[in-house]
Design a protein around this ligand. Sequence first.
Ligand code: KE4
Length: 430
Amino acid sequence: METKTSQMMFQKARKLIPGGVNSPVRACRSVGCDPLFIKRAAGASLIDVDGNEFLDFVGSWGPMIMGHAHPAIFEAICRAAGDGTSFGAPTPAEIDLASLVVEAVPSVEKVRFVNSGTEATMSAVRLARGYTGRKTVVKFDGCYHGHADSFLVKAGSGVITLGIPGSPGVPDDIVRNTVSIPYNDTDILEKTLRDASLEIACVIVEPVAGNMGCVPPVADFLPRLRALTHELGIVLIFDEVITGFRLSYGGAQGLFGIYPDLTCLGKIIGGGLPVGAYGGKAEIMDCIAPDGPVYQAGTLSGNPLAMAAGVAALKLLQRQDFYNELEAKSAWLAGRLQDIAARVGLPVQINRAGSLLTSFFTAEPVSDFASAMKSDTDLYARHYRQMLSRGMYLAPSQFEVAFISAAHTIDDLERMSKMTEWSFKKLLES
Ligand code: KE4
């Protein structure tokens, strides 16, 4: 595969940008190769600057549920751009997107738009602390909620990919207010939440974990979490930056029928442009400035182009059977991959939730951070490089998910499974 233009660009980028990338996981460090620079994308395909074409299973880490360069989203952005790109004043488009989010997400009565998932979760935690007057935040090992200081303890995603224990620069007295406990362990959860000394403001959880790889909740985990936080007056925050509008039009909460006090969104709601959001009960949201004392602000929050892209994206997701079709394709692929691993004799666990899927290279079932960490990351790296050489663009980390989109056809998924079989066999040869 010719990659000399990407290599030349990477050398140039590294002189200007730390690691040559604007987000660490894109550097492909954990899979032992240099990143490819992408020139353009359409549907389920990416084309890099050397003209190589790939079937894309990263989907910009979640936003591209419709596939790339969808005409309706492109048209909406162009139309909005013709009227100006940013005003720093309220616009009709913010009402349009807020209406769609409030209608779609069961527990959201009011919503505030920001520019990233990190801003959304950071603001939701500040709001929970301001609303309760308490300071401790409980999160779960392997879950990632963006890079705000409070979250960089035993975080998932890039933090575990790069093996960063937490992160330098996060003062102890910040981290002291964050407790991280095992995902899916209801005994430890109950003990932690009932520990009166902890003075807990909120629990923040990925209702389906996507940042240690795909780890769905066990049956009683979310119901128990909701019951305990309700009983103890603790704010429950669902971080649905990945699962929002991904697992269903109402997100994970709509699918499971478990309703948090606050919800964080991102990715899909921006249609590929920078948008995050946090929302929930009006009683809590009304504590946010200017109605209330909890401060949060942003120059480009509610940006008209991002709002237009988000409205266009969500309207596309309202199509009858959209999620049923995505579920059927995703279930088919997961079944094929599990069959292939069994037939080839490679110890692989396929975890799936809707159109989120991870192939863990381990013989043990993966239900939390500790079991995910038993995966063979070297084997995953070899698989990644082999698949890339055959035109399959996977997440450059064992601890991320593959995203299946409406643009992937059954033929695409058949091609992916055939390449997977070839790669799994090759892994066993050496
Ligand atoms: P952003 O600040 O990256 O928009 O969102 C942070 C975030 C919050 N919550 C969840 C559940 C998330 O998955 C994320 C970000 N996801 C990662 C991928 N696992 C973004 C990719 C990257 O860091 O480059």
